[in-house]
Design a protein around this ligand. Structure first.
Ligand SMILES: *Cc1c(COP(=O)(O)O)cnc(C)c1O
Length: 378
């Protein structure tokens, strides 16, 4: 992805004046900063940003400007990128599997919080000399529903092991905490409540007082239908913590990735061709900025832009392919688009700031996405 930036009013203004034939990602810093302020004002605890959702320097810089000074990092690369822009940034290293070399880098960067989901990884932190009194969070997993896909499939300890780990964390002299991730694109507050309840049980069984509770990322972004109500989730998290822990409440931490950054970017793809059978071919697809659609489903916030006239035909369900010669490069099912779209039009996909550029490949020579800064995205 190239990082050419220029200031334009809106995606359609840029598209109509420049006619780009390559995909363009539009970035509105003002929207990113207001998402950050929404978390900073609304969440009842420390807000950290999960860097993996979008690690672009302009994203990190705008979050820092908005007041975010703590980051969830998963690799030495992410640590270095954050520290280069903000030497005083607080780093939480919540990838629970780490090599010894990675731990040494984390210590050098002054990481203040680590998560673990196995005894072997906890022993590795001790062996590698992570300083006592550093926070270590035990990552819990539960079979809960409510998210677009389940994060418990890879990481997390079941409640029984979590209690053993939590005790071992306290005995090793670390500051005990717990964490979980309800699964990404989660819109159901009940998922957080289920985790918070069991965290309190686990701490009770282990006989350990939690100093902090990290309630993860997972907050849904606006993909279809109405925008998710983040404030309702924040309120549910606070209430669940009070109910579960009573007067001995740990302080809260969250680590949103998707919901922080999604709304700040829109992706413009161009219609390369519409075949006789109605199939639409775009200049970007599942190996580029639309990588998540086969996993999370299509989104319904697609704005047609045309040099010819305003596209307003009744929606028709189209089969949509990406540009590569791989037959997997197709969006799931069909996508409803204005019935009068034609070759040379653009489709602007809104809410695509998370897990879009972060996972772009250059497969088949495609995937070069220009980034253009705009005042607004609509
Ligand atoms: C990916 C990840 C996040 C961010 O998740 P979102 O669904 O993007 O909010 C937060 N914490 C951890 C540990 C993660 O792996």
């Amino acid at each position: 992805m190239s990082l050419v930036t220029a200031l334009h009013a809106s995606p359609s203004q840029h598209l109509l004046s420049q006619s780009p034939d390559h995909p363009v990602l539009y970035f509105a810093p003002s929207i990113l900063q207001s998402s950050a302020k929404r978390f900073l004002t609304g969440f009842p605890g420390l807000v950290t940003y999960a860097v993996k959702a979008n690690d672009a320097e302009e994203v990190l810089e705008n979050l820092m400007t908005a007041g975010v000074d703590a980051f969830d990092v998963a690799s030495p690369f992410e640590m270095a990128r954050v520290k280069k822009l903000m030497p005083t940034a607080v780093l939480h290293y919540n990838n629970p599997v780490r090599s010894e070399a990675e731990i040494a880098t984390a210590i050098a960067h002054g990481v203040t919080s680590y998560s673990v989901d196995s005894l072997g990884e906890l022993q590795k932190l001790v062996r590698c000399g992570v300083p006592e009194s550093t926070e270590v969070s035990v990552r819990l997993r539960l079979p809960v529903k409510g998210a677009a896909y389940d994060f418990g499939a890879k990481f997390g300890a079941d409640p029984e092991l979590a209690a053993i780990l939590l005790k071992a964390v306290a005995e090793a002299g670390f500051a005990p905490s717990m964490t979980f991730h309800p699964g990404t694109q989660c819109a159901d507050p009940a998922a957080w409540r289920a985790y918070i309840d069991i965290c309190a049980d686990v701490a009770g069984h282990a006989g350990v007082r939690l100093q902090r509770l990290n309630v993860g990322g997972g907050y849904a972004a606006h993909r279809t239908g109405a925008a998710p109500d983040l404030e309702a989730i924040f309120a549910a998290i606070e209430l669940a913590t009070i109910d579960a822990f009573g007067g001995d409440m740990p302080s809260l931490v969250c680590e949103p990735g998707r919901a922080m950054v999604a709304e700040a970017f829109s992706l413009a793809t161009r219609v390369k061709a519409i075949r006789e059978d109605g199939a639409v071919f775009l200049n970007d697809g599942i190996y580029g900025g639309l990588a998540e659609l086969p996993i999370l489903g299509n989104i319904d916030r697609i704005e047609p832009v045309s040099l010819a006239c305003e596209r307003s035909g009744d929606p028709i369900d189209f089969v949509v392919f990406g540009p590569t010669c791989d037959s997997l490069d197709r969006l799931p099912g069909t996508v409803p688009l204005a019935g009068d779209i034609s070759e040379g039009d653009w489709l602007v996909w809104h809410g695509l700031g998370a897990y879009s550029t972060a996972t772009v490949t250059r497969f088949n020579g495609y995937g070069a996405i220009e980034v253009v800064t705009t005042d607004r995205l609509a």
